[in-house]
Design a protein around this ligand. Structure first.
Ligand SMILES: [Zn+2]
Length: 314
């Protein structure tokens, strides 16, 4: 999952791609952060607990992040700005280099080095083989879904978690989603930027608007601050899992040019790297254009996406 996300976010779009262990460490910190809070399904007889990721002692990644939680960091954004962050990430990177990187390519007990050579050719770096970054980018959404389903299953089946989970749960939302309250916190700033109008249809936004992921969550399930816009619930539903049409993309790029710093400054709970958001958008539009896909305009109207979308994001 981490390798696929990093391949998408790579600025040079290089292939073969060399990924520093530190970047992988940061990704692990991102992916595990939500899971350092106690979980309880709320089912009768269940008691809250921090989910066990292993059969034996707790995963070292979790323990490292718990140090930040204990020091009072509530969001991943705060954690990133704390002075302990580099140390924690370095420890996590060391753990990852020792364990997952060593075992990721084990198939039926045998090491099959199809992604990178192991032991690593260069200390502190993962050298992906030619073509691997391209495949990771092409199948990023599928890899995400498979990895999440596997991870969820792994946690759910761990006996040590049964007391917290019970028989019914919303574990997927807890492990990978953003709390509703955190998403709602995005609305005041965006309401101000959008003058209380729907990002897509431009009509007024009375009541509680929907926080929409401009690049749909299904395509890229990470909450990036610059990816949020406010929309009518109806417009959000109609857009659904589609990319927005070129006219919307143009406005989104302009919005980020005008208010990007403000968004990064105010929405501290989320990762807020504008370049990263635009790279992700470039990747998503490029995939859609290559496949001859359409973008959503309004209501039931869609139109073919053209390569001029990519020029906007270059
Ligand atoms: Zn609307």
């Amino acid at each position: 999952m981490a390798l696929a996300e990093l391949a998408v976010e790579d600025s040079g779009r290089s292939d073969p791609l060399v990924i520093p262990m530190a970047a992988i460490g940061e990704k692990f910190a991102d992916l595990y952060w939500a899971q350092t809070l106690p979980y309880a399904s709320g089912a009768p007889g269940c008691s809250p607990a921090i989910l066990a990721q292993n059969q034996g002692k707790q995963a070292a990644v979790i323990n490292g992040l718990l140090r930040l939680r204990t020091a009072g960091m509530q969001t991943i954004g705060e954690a990133r700005r704390s002075s302990d962050w580099p140390d924690v990430v370095r420890d996590i990177a060391q753990t990852v280099a020792g364990m997952p990187i060593q075992y990721l390519q084990n198939v039926g007990g045998t090491q099959v080095p199809f992604l990178y050579d192991y032991p690593l050719a260069e200390r502190g770096k993962v050298n992906l083989k030619p073509g691997v970054a391209f495949m990771l980018r092409t199948f990023a959404a599928l890899i995400q879904q498979l990895a999440r389903a596997g991870w969820l299953n792994h946690v759910r089946q761990n006996q040590r978690n049964h007391q917290a989970i019970g028989r019914v749960d919303d574990l997927e939302q807890f492990m990978f989603g953003t709390p509703r309250a955190a998403l709602a916190g995005v609305a005041p700033l965006l309401n101000q930027i959008q003058s209380k109008k729907c990002f897509y249809c431009g009509e007024g936004l009375p009541g509680t608007p929907d926080v929409d992921h401009f690049i749909p969550w299904i395509k890229y399930p990470r909450d990036l601050a610059h990816n949020f816009v406010l929309a009518h619930a109806g417009c959000n539903r109609r857009k659904s899992d589609m990319l927005a049409a070129e006219r919307h993309l143009e406005r989104w790029v302009m919005r980020n040019a005008d208010y990007g710093d403000e968004i990064a400054g105010e929405l501290k709970g989320f990762a807020a790297d504008l370049t990263c958001s635009h790279r992700v958008a470039h990747w998503a539009y490029e995939q859609a254009i290559t496949a001859g896909g359409s973008g959503w305009v309004v209501g039931r109207t869609t139109e073919r996406l053209s390569t001029s979308c990519l020029a906007m994001l270059a």
